[in-house]
Design a protein around this ligand. Structure first.
Ligand SMILES: [Zn+2]
Ligand SMILES: [Zn+2]
Length: 358
C-alpha cells in the first residue's frame, strides 16, 4: 500500500505529528481527493491544544485532523456518478446518514448520526483524503485553492446572516457583528455585499490586525469591548437613532457579548448565535427575548446545500472574492502547522492557509 504525509493526532495530549501513513482506501460511494490547500479552523486549534472540549469530543485517536480544504479528485468509487476524476472540489464537512428524522425533513445539517471530517473520521491535513461523493462540492477550476478552502467557514458566516429561506432581508438594516474572528470578519463582508445599512463590529480585546480587517470588510464602526466597557451597548444604540440594531450576529461565544447582543437589539429584532459558549451561562430571558419579541437562531454548520450555493454566488463577484481573500493573512507549508497554531493562538493571524508542502 502506498504511503503519504499527514498530520496525525496520535496521542491524547497537545500537539500532533507530521508523519507517514497509508494512503486512504475509498469505498464505493467515496472519492479520493489530492489536497491543494487547507485552512486552520478554531476546531483544529482546540484539537491541537487538546483543550477540554477536544478531550471530551475526540473519540478516535490516532486521527488525521483538519477539515477545510480544496483539492482535485484523483480516484472515484464504483458507484460514484456525479463527480469525475480531475474535478476541483471542496468538502461539506458534515457527513450525514440521509435516513434519520432530520435528514428526511430537510435538516441534514443537524443529522442525528453525523460524522465530521477531521473530528470523527480522518480529515484533510494530509496529501490525500476520502469523502462521500455527496460531500464533494465542485469548485470553479479557476478559483484559488486557498479561497476555495475557506468556503466552509464562509458558509458558516453566510448561514449566520441568512439562517433560512425567507428570513428578514438584511438590506437597509442595521446589524451588529459581535466577535472579529475569521467567521465574524467574513460575515461583515457578506452583510456589506447584501446591502446592510450600518454595520457595527465589536472585538473582545484590542486586536489591531482583526479590528483593521473588520474595517476593511466594510464595518462602519469597530469597537473594542475592552475599551468601551459599559458604554458599548449605548454607543451602538445612540448610533442607530436610539433604536438598537435590527440584527445581531454573535460570533464570539463570550457570555458578555451574548448579553450585549440582546441588549443592543431593537424590539422585534433577530439574533443569530454562532459562537460556542464554554460553559452554561445566565441570561435574563424576559428582557432579552420574551418582552423584546426577539427571533433567535442557533447556527451550526451550513444548510445542505443551500448555503453552498449562496457562497458560490457571492464568490462569483470579483470584488467580494478579493475582499474575502484579505481574511487569509498567512500561507505556510503544512509541515509548519505548529507555527500556524501559534499565529492563531497569539492572535496575529485571521485565517491561516496551509499548503501541501511536506
Ligand atoms: Zn471549520
Ligand atoms: Zn441523518
Amino acid at each position: 500500500m502506498e504511503e503519504m504525509n499527514a498530520v496525525v493526532k496520535s496521542k491524547r495530549q497537545a500537539g500532533a505529528q507530521v508523519t507517514k501513513v497509508n494512503t486512504p482506501r475509498i469505498k464505493e460511494h467515496e472519492v479520493l481527493v489530492e489536497v491543494e490547500a487547507t485552512s486552520i479552523c478554531g476546531t483544529d486549534v482546540h484539537i491541537w491544544d487538546w483543550n477540554e472540549w477536544a478531550q471530551k469530543r475526540m473519540k478516535r485517536i490516532p486521527i488525521i485532523f483538519g477539515h477545510e480544504v480544496a483539492g482535485k479528485v484523483v480516484e472515484i468509487g464504483k458507484y460514484v456518478t456525479n463527480v469525475q476524476i480531475g474535478d476541483k472540489v471542496s468538502a461539506e464537512t458534515h457527513i450525514v446518514d440521509n435516513t434519520c428524522y432530520q435528514c428526511k425533513t430537510d435538516r441534514k445539517h443537524v443529522c442525528k448520526n453525523m460524522e465530521i471530517l477531521g473530528v470523527d473520521r480522518d480529515g484533510v491535513f494530509a496529501e490525500q483524503f476520502a469523502m462521500p461523493e455527496e460531500n464533494a462540492w465542485k469548485n470553479d477550476p479557476q478559483l484559488d485553492p486557498a479561497i476555495a478552502s475557506i468556503q466552509e467557514p464562509l458558509g458558516n458566516a453566510v448561514q449566520t446572516v441568512l439562517p433560512k429561506e425567507h428570513v428578514e432581508d438584511v438590506a437597509g438594516k442595521n446589524v451588529a457583528v459581535l466577535g472579529t474572528g475569521p467567521i465574524g470578519l467574513m460575515a461583515i463582508a457578506v452583510l456589506r455585499e447584501l446591502g446592510a445599512a450600518k454595520i457595527f463590529a465589536t472585538a473582545g480585546g484590542l486586536n489591531k490586525v482583526r479590528m483593521d480587517l473588520a474595517k476593511k470588510m466594510g464595518a462602519d464602526m469597530v469597537l473594542s469591548a475592552r475599551e468601551e466597557g459599559e458604554r458599548l451597548v449605548k454607543t451602538i444604540i445612540d448610533a442607530t437613532d436610539g433604536n438598537g440594531v435590527d440584527v445581531a450576529l454573535e460570533m464570539s461565544g463570550d457570555p458578555s457579548a451574548v448579553r450585549q447582543a440582546f441588549e443592543m437589539l431593537t424590539p422585534g429584532g433577530r439574533v443569530s448565535l454562532l459562537g460556542i459558549v464554554d460553559k452554561p451561562m445566565e441570561l435574563d430571558l424576559n428582557m432579552a427575548m420574551i418582552f423584546k419579541s426577539a427571533t433567535v437562531f442557533g447556527i451550526t454548520g451550513r444548510r445542505m446545500f443551500e448555503t453552498w450555493y449562496q457562497v458560490r454566488g457571492l464568490l462569483a463577484k470579483p470584488s467580494f472574492k478579493e475582499k474575502i481573500s484579505a481574511v487569509v493573512t498567512h500561507r505556510i507549508p503544512l509541515r509548519d502547522i505548529g507555527k500556524g497554531m501559534d499565529l492563531i493562538n497569539s492572535k496575529q493571524a485571521a485565517k491561516v492557509v496551509l499548503e501541501p508542502k511536506w
